[in-house]
Design a protein. Structure first.
Length: 258
């Protein structure tokens, strides 16, 4: 009789599609053969995880169609079973899997769409917290602000792509009007944010992207402004900062390290 660890490994392998005769031999069979009993579990796992991926990567499914998505998701599941119990957190490696999936090489934007879907799912599950306000800023002496940094809300993500992800995402929604998307219309820079009841994204300019990337890396406001101006010579810090504040893109000010 194998030990518990070996038994668990054999069962996990069977669930992912690897037939294990040694495991079948350990399962009791009566009116339902042992192999059929195990296949019930395999089918349930595949169906449940495929449904979970479809819910998280709804834009990917809209682009490739339900039947193809089922094949894509099942191939992913067979090589990447969950390592935690919350299905809403399953799929972190799906975009990387798509990137190497030969059957979608004619859809070069699909990997980035999967990254966007995942970022929206993560943001939607993030806890709501307090956002930085104008009142918070007003009590800090102006000369201290450049040396301070900003804490970003949980779930915040930057998504960049050479393809117009925002237009592709909009065109893939159930209520979208008929039309086509020009894939050569230029790169896309998106900020994904937690909202009160869901998650959303907004498009960014090149300077805003550099500004936020520096803040996410715990740079000071002075360093972030320099990064933005280095990327976009005409970057308007005041207007961009006010826009991002209105979007509740900042959580809190952080004092400089001693």
């Amino acid at each position: 009789m194998p030990g518990l660890r070996d038994l668990q490994a054999a069962f996990a392998a069977h669930l992912s599609g690897v037939d294990r005769a040694d495991l079948v031999a350990l399962v009791a069979g009566d009116s339902i053969p042992a192999a059929a009993r195990l296949d019930v579990y395999r089918h349930h796992v595949l169906e449940s995880l495929t449904a979970a991926l479809a819910a998280t990567f709804s834009t990917v499914q809209a682009l490739v169609g339900q039947e193809f998505f089922r094949r894509l998701a099942r191939d992913f599941v067979r090589g990447c079973l969950p390592t935690q119990p919350v299905l809403a957190e399953y799929g972190a490696a799906f975009s990387a899997f798509i990137d190497g999936y030969a059957a979608v090489r004619n859809l070069p934007y699909l990997t980035d769409i999967a990254r966007l879907d995942w970022a929206l799912a993560v943001a939607c599950q993030a806890p709501l917290g307090r956002c930085l306000t104008v009142a918070d800023m007003s009590v800090v002496p102006a000369e201290r602000l450049p040396s301070m940094s900003i804490v970003m809300p949980q779930g915040t993500a930057l998504i960049g792509s050479p393809y117009p992800l925002d237009a592709i995402w909009q065109a893939s929604q159930p209520d979208a009007a008929e039309g086509t998307v020009d894939l050569n219309s230029g790169p896309c820079r998106l900020l994904v944010l937690r909202r009160r009841h869901d998650a959303a994204f907004t498009t960014l300019g090149a300077g805003e992207e550099a500004f936020l990337a520096s803040l996410i890396a715990e740079g000071t406001l002075e360093e972030a402004a320099a990064a933005a101006l280095g990327r976009e010579a005409g970057f308007d810090l005041s207007n961009s900062f006010a826009r991002l504040m209105a979007l509740e893109a900042f959580a809190a000010l952080r004092e400089p390290a001693p």
